[in-house]
Design a protein around this ligand. Sequence first.
Ligand SMILES: [Zn+2]
Length: 91
Amino acid sequence: MKLNNLDREIRLLCPTCGCTDFSYDKHNENELVVCAKCERKMSRRDLFDENSEVINETKNEIASEAKKQFEAEMKKMLKNAFKGSKNIKIK
Ligand SMILES: [Zn+2]
């Protein structure tokens, strides 16, 4: 079973100017993130906290999408499982 289109990019926004570009050190988790526009420096933790709403929203979206796809897939599987059986009908 495969779930499609669930890879979503979460756009983190600078809490000060709303810019989505940041420069940071990919290899150092503790390095401060710097906004490309207003040059505000913040820790990754702070950036995530500031964006927790949009992160949660995206998580919920992904969850409900996964559920929909899962149910559709289950229906298909049930239909296939009973293919050729004349006595059982699945609506
Ligand atoms: Zn900024």
